[in-house]
Each structure stands twice: as C-alpha cells, then as structure tokens.
Design a protein around this ligand. Structure first.
Ligand SMILES: Cc1ncc(COP(=O)(O)O)c(C=O)c1O
Length: 486
C-alpha cells in the first residue's frame, strides 16, 4: 500500500509551481512515480484481479439501468437533469446509480465501479464519508433550512477566508452557476464597465453571458452556443484562446477602458484537463492591473482540489475575486463568491449590488462543507492525492503507448486528464484534435471493466482520498486490457 508519508512528491500546500509536472506530453516528465513503493510488487494481485474481472464481464448487464433510463426519457428532457450525464458523446445509455461509498459507485443492476467523477468534483474525501454523514444527521435534527442566519455559515466562511488567499469576504449561494452569475454582476457594478473576457473552452455555469465557447457540456452536444440566449446577453463577452496572452493583450487594446474583468478556470477542467502555461496567470494578473480590470479565478472545480487554497495558492497568483462550489458543499448544493473586502462590500445589503437566495447558507450544505474541509486539512492529504493521481495518469498513458495509441495527458494533485492525440494540448482547439471515437470505445470498455470516468473526452477526472493503491492498480490493469483490444 502507498502511504501518505511515502515518496516526497514535491507538490504540497506551499511548494512552488513545478512546471515540469504540467507538460502535456508525459514523455517529457520526470518519472517520479517510479519511486513509489510497491510499484512492481503488485503483479500477482493484478493477475488475480484480471481473473475476477473476466468473471465480472460475463455477468455485466445494464438491463435495469436501461429500463429506468427509457422511462426517464419520457419524464425529463433527455432523461437527465444535466446534459453530460446522458452519455451522448460516448454512446449507449447511462448507468443509473443506486448508491455511492468511498471510491465506489453501485448501479441499480448491482455493478460496482471505481469512480473518477466524484459527483463532478465534490467527493474529494470519498463518497458518503462517515464523519460527514454523522455531522449531517446531527444538523438535520435541528431542521433542514432556516432562511435566517446560522452559526454554521460563520464557521464555513471563516474556513474559506483563511484558506483562499484572495478571499476577505464571502457570499454563499447554491451552485457554481449562481456564484459566477453573482461575481459577473459584482465585477460590472464595481468597475462601472460592461465587457468581460472569457476563454474558449472554459465553463462558468449556464448563465447567458457565459454561454459563449463554453467547453465540455456544450461541445459534447455539438452545440455552437445555446438557442434562447439573447444576443445582447453575450455581446459584451469577448473570447480568447486559453494560454494565449497576445490575444488578451489585443482585446484590451481594442477595448480600452471598457473591460470589467477577465474570468478563467486557472486550470481548465471543462475542455479536458489543460494546465496554464508558465507565466500565463502572471501575465493576466499584470494586464488586468495595468488596465484597472478585475481578475476572476473560477475555482468552482479547482478550489480545495489543486491545493487547500486552490489554484491561486498553488501558483502563487492572487486574483481580485474568486468563485467556489463543489467541494465546499461536500456533496450538497453550494456555491460561493468572494474576494477583496472593498469589492465585496458592494454586495447587498452591505452595498447596492443585488443578489439573494432562499436556500443560501443552508445548514446542511454548510455542515457537509465544514466536515469535508476539516478532513482536507489533515496532514498529507494533498500529497496523497498527488501520489495516486500521478500513478494513475502515468499508468494509463503507458498502457496507451504500449498498445500503440497516440495519447497525452497530465495531472495536478487530484485532477487529471488524457487525450487521444500527440499533444501538447494548450487550449480547446488542441483538445478537439483528440480522437473522440476512440475515446468513446475506450470509455465503454472501461465501464464494462468496472471503471467510471466522465462520459466525455472534454471533462477532467478526479481522484479522492478514498481511492486506494488497489483501485489505481485495478484501473491501470483494466486500461491495459481495453487499450490492447481497441
Ligand atoms: C469551473 C466551473 N465553473 C462553474 C461551474 C458551474 O457549477 P454548477 O454546475 O454547480 O452550477 C462548473 C461546473 O462544472 C465549473 O466546472
């Protein structure tokens, strides 16, 4: 078993950005996973697992999932309540989940999967953590919603403020979408300007102004933009390729004094996993300052995942405003935006910028968030995520190369991704060169082997503290089998 103390990874809460980890083509990377203990002692266990996997393949059926999903399609658009879940880009029908625990999910046919979606990010300490569940049960005894201030809001607010460098004040909302809507209105209110710059392939929720070149969900469905979004809502949204500082510079020159903010995913997860190039974030910080515009990190995905203080702590770049979601709700619906006190004091009722919410600061969501962050604060957590994610990513890339596939990928902490293309992948255009047909076949093969990845080439994957070295070995062994027969 790997231990949290094993092999110093060089990536910790305060360690400097190590660009060698961020190169998309893994051939160029420092092979530090080679030093991990028990790396080669697992072969007999893997052989045993292969036998049991063969058994599993024989019994693999999705009959109940198929029946349930066919019914769901009559009841809900596309049978789902969020589009990527529908498996459109990987074919077949989605599995219908019965329960989750730790690193595993069980569907209604009884198939068990090692899960690398983690409810799209929140499950960083593992699904249905015992301590989180116990705390929720205690809070629930007092009620499910107050619609009035509660102490738990103070506790989570203090935890968020002390963790995230840019956040001096915070407002809790109910989703990442809401957080991004709020932060956009705030940036416009504070600067008195209308225009924003976003990056192609970055997703900031489904508010009208952001549905321009919005990455995974929209790309997966092959929609250029969404009908129903008024032209006026996006006319002030300027776009640039990710990692392209020259385009950002020219947008500022062409729109002098008009740009309120630049918003981005500091590590992209919504075009697949794409890290920022060295100096990209720094250059954005400089340009926004020079032009009196605000820099907004959308850390709905990266917050408390890349490191405890998010991507801004990991890279040492402090934006003016930050959005959060996913992990800070520990699996319950939550979002948040926060930042400089002078900006946040514009938010109602402290200031004139209006934004409200019936369930905002909900005691159950606050409780799950508090206990999830407490677990993440324990020593060694991010080192452990780094270690297992390194092993997983490298194992899949090696398996691909051994079977003659072009493949590249990368990871930071508990976030990873790979593409069926040579790479390097710097932006969404590069990501789209990936062989998505091959990805779909790989995806279905892995599902049958009991491994659940995000059902789209254009989504990052997530590991959790509940993933064991056995989970990782099993996943790599499954990837080797699937990639061999592709
Ligand atoms: C970076 C980012 N911003 C915003 C959102 C929207 O969050 P939600 O789905 O909670 O509305 C997401 C969702 O995946 C996201 O990844």
């Amino acid at each position: 078993m790997m231990t949290t103390a094993a092999a110093s990874t060089g990536i910790g809460l305060t360690s400097p950005w190590n660009p060698t980890k961020l190169i998309n083509n893994f051939d160029k990377q420092r092979p530090k996973w080679m030093n991990l203990p028990n790396q080669s002692s697992s072969s007999s266990r893997v052989t045993k697992m292969a036998a049991s996997v063969d058994e599993k393949l024989k019994t693999f059926t999705l009959q109940k999932s198929e029946e349930a999903f066919n019914k769901a399609k009559e009841l809900m658009p596309g049978g789902v309540n969020s589009p990527v879940r529908a498996f459109k880009s990987v074919g077949g029908q989605p599995i219908v989940i019965d329960s989750v625990k730790g690193s595993h999910m069980t569907d209604i046919d009884g198939n068990v999967y090692i899960d690398y979606v983690g409810s799209w990010g929140p499950a960083i300490i593992g699904h249905a953590d015992d301590k989180v569940l116990a705390a929720l049960a205690e809070t629930m005894k007092k009620g499910t919603s107050f619609g009035a201030p509660c102490l738990l809001e103070n506790v989570l607010a203090e935890m968020v403020i002390s963790a995230v460098p840019s956040i001096e004040m915070v407002r809790f909302v109910n989703s990442g979408t809401e957080a991004c809507m709020g932060v956009l209105r705030l940036a416009r209110a504070f600067t008195g300007r209308q225009k924003i710059i976003k990056f192609e392939g970055c997703y900031h929720g489904h508010a009208d102004a952001f549905l321009v070149k919005a990455g995974s969900g929209v790309a997966t469905l092959g929609l250029p933009d969404s009908p129903g979004v008024p032209k006026a809502a996006t006319s002030e949204t300027l776009t640039s390729p990710y990692n392209d500082i020259a385009t950002v510079q020219s947008l500022f020159e062409a729109n002098k004094g008009e740009i309120a903010a630049v918003i981005l995913e500091p590590v992209v997860g919504n075009s697949g996993f794409i890290p920022p190039q060295p100096d990209f974030l720094n250059a954005l910080r400089k340009i926004t300052k020079e032009n009196d515009a605000l820099l907004i990190f959308d850390e709905v995905m990266t917050g408390f995942r890349i490191s405890y203080g998010g991507a801004q702590e990991y890279f040492g770049i402090t934006p003016d405003l930050t959005t959060l979601g996913k992990i800070i709700g520990g699996g319950l619906p939550v979002g948040a935006y926060g930042g400089r006190r002078d900006i946040m004091e514009m938010v109602a009722p402290a200031g004139p910028m209006y934004q409200a919410g019936t369930l905002s600061g909900n005691p159950l969501a606050m409780t799950a968030g508090i206990h999830t962050l407490k677990r993440l604060m324990e020593p060694g957590t991010y080192e452990y995520l780094d270690e297992i994610t390194s092993e997983l990513t490298q194992g899949i890339l090696n398996a691909g190369k051994k079977s003659g596939h072009t493949i590249c990928g990368g990871y930071i902490s508990g976030m990873f991704g790979f593409f069926f293309t040579d790479g390097p992948v710097y932006n969404f255009e590069d990501a789209k060169k990936s062989d998505t047909t091959k990805f779909a076949r790989f995806y279905r093969g892995m599902l049958e082997e009991g491994v659940y990845f995000a059902p789209s080439q254009f989504e990052a994957g997530f590991t959790s503290l509940a993933h064991s070295s056995v989970d990782i070995e099993q996943t790599i062994a499954a990837a080797e089998r699937v990639l061999r027969r592709l």
